[in-house]
Design a protein around this ligand. Structure first.
Ligand code: BGC
Length: 274
């Protein structure tokens, strides 16, 4: 089994991808970034994803994982908070598999970032309930219970002041409203206190581009829970998607082997009867 997989991170402004060495969690080639087309319709985005993959020389059968900023159930997008609404109901797995010619696994972007942190970053070996909260254009969440992901938790949409919390405390809101660190920090305090009260996590990991500047806001927070910056930063989505794709491929191969074995056994049994 190859320890290499390809990861792609689809975001509101950019689509980024690179091959990943899954024994170290490191990119094995420089990542490529393409602007997300506007409007970000399924068709237009799928073309860019295909273009990105084609710019690498990926060996046949290498697992490909793709992140998407929406609730993903069995490969199908159920929501579209910060992307074109036409994604709702789109089978993203099938669309990208068809368009790229590779077997693609799609996962919520925050879940992918969480997987990367648990495997290679600030969540390694952490027991109990771990929350990875990604602060970006929107706010994403990944929740792990003893290392196992509870997918699509969508805690950026917890209600705060009568609306989705992300509309009040996302990193993009800090930029848009030109909030100073103290003012934004006070908003984060409200949000994280709420998350802490609801889930009693053992650790909170804060990711997203702004986590580079964690010294400006994490020390302002007063929580009972340990709160730490993500370690993978910008590459978490790519690494997590690649890790997931490899796991999925492995379990699909295992399932296929099991089916083949059962079929063989049944054939042998039928043959011995006749
Ligand atoms: C979406 C999530 C996503 C998050 C971060 C939210 O608006 O609902 O699915 O994980 O943004 O991109």
């Amino acid at each position: 089994m190859s320890k290499k997989a390809f990861g792609i991170d689809i975001g509101g402004s950019g689509i980024k991808g690179a091959p990943v060495d899954l024994s170290t969690g490191e990119l094995t080639a420089e990542r490529v970034r393409i602007d997300t087309p506007q409007p970000s319709t399924p068709d237009a985005v799928a073309d860019k994803v295909a273009e990105l993959i084609a710019s690498f020389d990926i060996e046949d059968g290498m697992p490909v994982g793709v992140t998407f900023p929406a609730v993903i159930k069995a490969g199908v997008a159920q929501t579209a908070a910060n992307v074109d609404k036409s994604w709702i109901g789109t089978d993203v797995d099938a669309l990208l598999t068809e368009r790229t010619g590779h077997d693609v696994f799609v996962v919520n972007d925050a879940d992918a970032a969480g997987i990367a942190e648990m495997e290679f970053g600030a969540g390694q070996g952490a027991p109990g309930v771990v929350m990875v909260i990604t602060l970006g254009t929107g706010v994403g969440s990944a929740m792990f219970v003893d290392g196992k992901l509870v997918p699509n938790t969508e805690l950026g949409h917890l209600l705060l002041h009568g609306d989705s919390a992300e509309r009040y405390m996302a990193s993009s809101i800090r930029e848009k409203e030109d909030l100073d660190w103290e003012t934004w920090g006070a908003r984060l305090q409200e949000y994280f206190s709420h998350v802490e009260f609801l889930f009693s996590p053992t650790r909170i990991i804060v990711g997203g581009g702004v986590s580079k500047k964690h010294q400006k806001f994490l020390p302002l927070l007063d929580l009972k829970t340990e709160i730490v910056p993500a370690e993978l930063r910008n590459e978490a989505g790519i690494v997590g998607a690649a890790a997931l794709a490899q796991l999925e491929t492995k379990s699909l191969r295992k399932a296929a082997k099991k089916v083949a074995k059962t079929t063989e056994k049944k054939k042998a049994k039928d043959a011995s009867k006749s």
